[in-house]
Design a protein around this ligand. Structure first.
Ligand code: MTE
Length: 308
């Protein structure tokens, strides 16, 4: 039996269904025969988690339809709908994550074991993309610092490098060199240890849909969306600032830090405003995406125009 459950699009747009997940799963079985354009693919597994109150926003969350049908995931295509349409091309069975580099305890862990190891939390975070759109997403995950602590970083570990899956055979986007595959990202060690940075394994109470970076992805809510690398296979603690895909691709447009900063324009457009998906009027973009009180201290004394 397929591990994907086919859910009618209209069934998953209703916010009330978030609070009644079991109903979605039951009704999804009944709606298995709709045309492709009306379908969303989502794994059916429910996750057990507690709700976070300290770091979550109480803003209205985007619908699951919006979150799963308007994505950036170049491995699955460059169009916003491609990740949803090609979601089943991402093979997530027996996924392993390797933690290595400047650590005393390097290890490879099966994602199912990873889920058993850490207590999961729901964190409702804003995600602000460099293309000036944003969403509010109820992520499920655990703090990145937990897995880093488990690896016991040495004193040489100054940065954390992340790598996404490389699967040229199955991932349509990797059949061409649109990016220098695999997708790579990096954080400074203090950024990685900040409690806001999470490894997400789900959203809306269920395991991550493939288009959102199944089975594990990073969410760094004070940075532009592209830092939130999807479908991670490797986390490496390193001494030198690591290569990051977009920084390498176009260094004058995308810096290493990539903090949400309305005062630094992208060379081709302003970053002062954003459109929340589902809304018509634009809203002002906040410094650090509104997370200043948790993160601004990490950049004291840095010129954020130079370190963009
Ligand atoms: N991770 C990988 N591996 N490949 C990608 O193309 N796109 C990034 C980021 N992570 C991307 C990625 C960009 S540009 C954004 S805005 C976010 O994922 C989008 O996350 P979402 O589709 O879950 O909203």
């Amino acid at each position: 039996m397929s591990k994907y459950n086919i859910i009618k699009e209209s069934e998953v747009t209703d916010e009330k269904l978030f609070h009644n997940r079991r109903k979605i799963i039951k009704s999804s079985i009944a709606f298995s025969f709709f045309t492709l354009s009306n379908l969303l693919f989502a794994k059916t597994e429910d996750l057990t988690f507690k709700k976070d109150l300290q770091y979550s926003t109480n803003e209205q969350t985007n619908t699951i339809k919006q979150i799963t049908s308007y994505n950036n995931f170049y491995e699955l295509g460059v169009g916003k709908r491609d990740p949803m349409l090609n979601a089943n091309k991402l093979q997530t069975d027996n996924w392993k994550l390797s933690i290595e580099g400047e650590v005393e305890n390097s290890f490879v862990i099966d994602v199912d074991d990873l889920l058993k190891k850490f207590e999961l939390e729901e964190r409702i975070y804003r995600l602000r993309c460099v293309e000036a759109w944003s969403m509010v997403i109820p992520w499920i995950g655990f703090e990145l610092n937990k897995i880093i602590k488990l690896s016991k970083p040495t004193s040489k570990a100054k940065y954390v490098a992340f790598e996404s899956i490389l699967d040229r055979e199955n991932l349509p986007g990797q059949k061409r060199e649109i990016l220098n595959w695999p997708y790579r990202e990096g954080l400074r060690i203090d950024e990685a240890m900040n409690p806001l940075a999470i490894i997400s394994v789900g959203l809306y109470g269920r395991v991550l849909p493939n288009q959102n970076g199944s089975p594990i992805r990073l969410v760094v809510p004070w940075k532009y969306g592209f830092k939130s690398i999807k479908s991670i296979v490797k986390i490496k603690l390193v001494e030198k600032q690591p290569v990051c895909t977009w920084n390498q691709q176009t260094p004058n447009e995308y810096g290493f830090y990539s903090n949400v900063n309305p005062y630094v324009s992208h060379p081709r457009w302003s970053q002062t405003r954003e459109r929340r998906i589902g809304e018509f009027r634009k809203r002002d973009t906040k410094m650090f995406n509104g997370y200043s009180k948790f993160v601004s201290h990490m950049y004291d004394g840095m010129d954020l125009k130079k370190n963009f």
